[in-house]
Design a protein around this ligand. Structure first.
Ligand code: UD1
Ligand code: CA
Length: 456
């Protein structure tokens, strides 16, 4: 990370999450919509914490128990404040007044709907304060600046931020825009915020007015630049999809730079926490939900879906495999096509090659599970476990009715419905015995000779 902040600098981050998000057309608050498998709010909380913010204060809208609950889950030490009326970004920041009044060396004010900002970028804003600025604003060159606050500069210094609705024609021609994130020297922060008025086109208390107020007090304000893709805000589902695409590009590139091969990276979808070791090969059209790790040299064949699962080194998965929560695939194991694994440990070198469901199970090392094997783990009320020993061989099309244990090295004959445990090294056959009647078919046909055949 660039410019790691000195641990002595005490940084408070105030996260504005009171957005109504009406343009999302959703029962869910905007900031709880997900990018790469976690909420936008979670991305922002993690980002500022990684940038060294030791205290977090989140400002939520009225009656947003769901947002408060997400904050408590993610950052139990964060303080949560409610903004009852939406009177502007400075007003929102001041809703965290009790946190501000406790004092800090540096204040970061950030929006919860900009999930792509990197920890390094937050850290760069903090660093600008340490270089003498009282206010540091994150800016970007906008392809289309409409709607954004314009950053008005004189030389290297920032003079003011003009909201689009308040800007003159000349000011609207400026393409350097405010991303919304700001760092303010802790000593001045509360006093500056309190001086913000609402004499503007929207009759709102603008956080952005802090710049002109700091300048008027003889303090310095500066701009820290970021690429437009990074500061992208999310107001509707189209922008949510754009943010997702940008995040996916970032995650894929990081994986490839760390030694992962992707044949068609644009068809592979990762989660924020996907862990892929060196020399993992990922074929096209693979989806990683949250909580997946894949060990060195493993291969994930095309069109597989994994979530909350781990894959050991050298294992192969798919094509068309599904690893559900709690699937733990051992080193060099093979999970083949049309196989679903849930809450099951598959031992080292075991093979589950085709058309199988294993749920609530343990499979020992080097066991072989034949095509069409099903663990019957659910009776409509409770779940039960199946244990398959090391080196066991389950014949094709077997149903293992849990709870049941197949001993080490045991065989189960194909087509068995196994309801009782099988001792190690035994053979269990649990199906009708084959009966053969020699010549029966010929006799049957003869007895029907000359009779008209009904069409099937
Ligand atoms: C804001 C900035 C603008 C910048 C743009 C970047 C101000 C005054 N303007 O404008 O300079 O270019 O972001 O996207 O800051 N919020 C509250 N309570 C409020 C008002 C807003 O919590 O009373 C939150 C919103 O949920 C949102 C954020 O603050 O997360 C920004 O508010 P929004 O109204 O979207 O500001 P913009 O007009 O986009
Ligand atoms: Ca906005």
């Amino acid at each position: 990370m660039t410019n790691p902040p000195p641990s002595s600098a005490h940084c408070l981050a105030v996260i504005l999450a009171a957005g109504e998000g009406t343009r999302m057309k959703s029962a869910r608050p905007k900031v709880l919509h997900e990018v790469a498998g976690r909420s936008m709010l979670a991305h922002v909380l993690a980002g500022v914490a990684q940038a060294g913010a030791g205290r977090l204060a989140v400002v939520v809208g009225p009656d947003r128990a769901d947002v408060s609950a997400e904050v408590r889950r993610l950052a139990p030490d964060a303080q949560v404040f409610e903004q009852r009326e939406r009177l502007g970004t400075a007003h929102a920041a001041l809703c965290a007044r009790p946190a501000l009044a406790q004092g800090c060396d540096e204040l970061l004010v950030v929006f919860a709907d900009t999930p792509l900002i990197r920890p390094d970028t937050y850290a760069a804003l903090r660093a600008a304060l340490r270089e003498g600025a009282s206010v540091a604003v994150l800016g970007f060159e906008a392809r289309d600046p409409t709607g954004y606050g314009r950053l008005l500069r004189e030389g290297a210094e920032l003079v003011a931020i003009r909201e689009h609705k308040d800007a003159s024609a000349a000011e609207r021609a400026v393409t350097l825009c405010n991303a919304g994130v700001m760092a303010i020297a802790g000593a001045q922060a509360l006093a500056l915020l309190e001086r913000v008025g609402n004499d503007n086109a929207q009759k709102e208390f603008y956080l952005t007015d802090v710049v002109a107020l700091a300048r008027a007090a003889g303090d310095k304000a500066v701009v820290v630049l970021a690429p437009e893709d990074e500061v992208m805000g999310v107001n509707d589902r189209v922008q949510l999809a754009s943010a997702e695409a940008a995040m996916q590009t970032r995650l894929r590139e990081a994986a490839m730079r760390a030694g992962v091969t992707m044949i068609a990276p644009q068809t592979v979808f990762l989660s924020w926490d996907t862990q892929l070791a060196r020399d993992v090969l990922i074929e096209p059209h693979v989806f990683f939900g949250p909580g997946v790790s894949v060990g060195e040299g493993a291969v994930i064949h095309a069109s597989s879906h994994l979530a909350q699962a781990s894959v050991g080194p050298g294992a192969t998965i798919g094509p068309f495999a599904r690893l559900r929560p709690g699937a733990r695939i051992g080193a060099s194991a093979k999970i083949g096509n049309f196989v679903e694994i849930k809450a099951a440990d598959i031992g080292e070198g075991a093979a589950v090659s085709h058309l199988t469901y294993l749920g609530d199970a343990t499979v020992g090392a080097r066991a072989n599970i034949g095509a069409g094997t099903i663990t019957c783990n659910y009776d409509g009320f409770d779940k039960f476990r199946t244990h398959i020993g090391a080196g066991a061989f389950i014949g094709s099309n077997s149903a293992l009715v849990a709870p049941v244990t197949i001993g080490d090295g045991a065989y189960v004959g194909s087509g068995s419905v196994v309801t009782q445990s099988v001792a190690p090294d035994s053979l269990a056959i649990a199906r009708g015995r084959q009966v053969e009647k020699p010549g029966w078919a010929q006799d049957f046909r003869r007895s029907h000779e000359g009779k008209p055949r009904q069409r099937p």
